[in-house]
Ligand binder design. Sequence first.
Ligand code: ME8
Length: 504
Amino acid sequence: MSNKYYITTPIYYVNDVPHIGHAYTTLSCDIIARFKRIDGYEVFFLTGTDEHGQKVELAAKKKGVKPCEFVNKVSENFKNLLKCMNFSNDLFIRTTEEKHIKSCQKIWNKLLKNGNIYLDKYSGWYAVRDEAFYSQSELVDGKAPTGATVEWVEEPSYFFNLSKWQQKLLDFYENNKDFICPKTKRNEVINFVKSGLKDLSISRTSFSWGVKVPNDENHIMYVWLDALTNYISACDYADHENNDFFQKFWPADLHIVGKDIIRFHAVYWPAFLMAADLPLPKKVFAHGWWTNEGNKISKSLGNVIDPFQLVDKYGVDQIRYFLLREVPFGNDGDFSNTQLINRINSDLANSYGNLFQRVASMIFKNCHKKIPLKPTKFNEEDLKLINLIKNNLNDYRSLIDSQKFDQYLKNIWIVISNANKYVDDEAPWTLKKNNFKRMEVVLFTLIETIRQISILLLPFLPDSSEKILDYMNISRDKRKLNSVEFIFDGNVKISSPNPLFPKI
Ligand code: ME8
């Protein structure tokens, strides 16, 4: 088993302020990155900002500042989102960085050398909002199929011979059935490629905010060729013959993107890579779209959901939990405040928080402020509970590998509900009066189950899980997936517990 794992988010356009959609994609990557780390992998988790192109240039113009000043300022918003959502990325890449620009020029030269680029003239439609070219036949009521406004463009342009890669792409999809997930998206992409690929315009001359094409200063690189290259420039592709980092981490294990940009990642990107003789990523997962109480989220409708405000109001773990529990990853989801509050109250406050609170309080009050020493004997009911997670670790691994976050959480909440039922069935408050030893075994069984749950929830609820593990004095090196395979020793002094998730 290879023990490295490279995962990426899309790099976000800086013209927009970060909203719940951006937070969602990065959150899904953060969870996988954290899970892989506690499962012993060396992880490289990349995110960043897409700072070139016409859209960003226009946004800067509107503000009356130079593009470089503009991007320096607004990329900070995305960096702030990382702190706010407790994201654990290893690198934040900006496409205006020198090392990225060098990578873009290097891949360009390689494509040129391999005979995959030619100079011609582009005439067709362009949607600045999508930064995408559209043919006449693709337009719907005079707009891009995404609803974006289009403008007619006629200019000299370099082209990438995408049509040449059509069959090679289809063969690749056929031989790598998991390359595009979920399946519905895979089918859409295959149909699109089968319908015939046209060569792709990969340079622009009508504006200047971008990476210069090597040896032809009149052209700047098409922003999507520039942006996609970030995934390799972050691994030092600019100097890849001389560094281990690229050898170690490229190809990426997983690109997570929204469904709006699957075509760029599952068609153009693998074609560029094949044409540049570089290995292809292992998987591209396209998740669904969030709406706000049934409406499309957009600045013009004024209904953008601000993750900073949400976290401030409800707490970071609460938001992290809701976003991935509420909607199966891959489906579209509707954001509703009522649903958010319901989830916080029922799943976090009443089920999980309450379990921890009552078990820890009973131990604190009845066991001399100390978690009892690991018992020498458990009965069948105790072991049933203790083994619920321990015996199913591989299921949790495969749920993460298939991006089934909601199912992962549902499984853990079954354990939580079993533990709550076990408290009621075993009634430690009665045992206290007539069988103190048995009460200690019951409370130990419960706190051991809470320890396992907290380790499994570290990727999702890092703050609260760390708090519980700190409370139990579990050392850092024992906060790993394989620490769940052993029952802990107990015999730990504790303080009076504080509620983890206040009810809203
Ligand atoms: O497309 N629901 O950047 P972008 C869910 N720079 N996810 C959403 C969302 C919503 N309502 N809105 C946005 C770009 N997203 C390019 C990417 S990558 C080489 C270049 C998320 O700022 C989702 O992940 O428009 C989507 O794919 C991404 O933000 C688009 O971000």
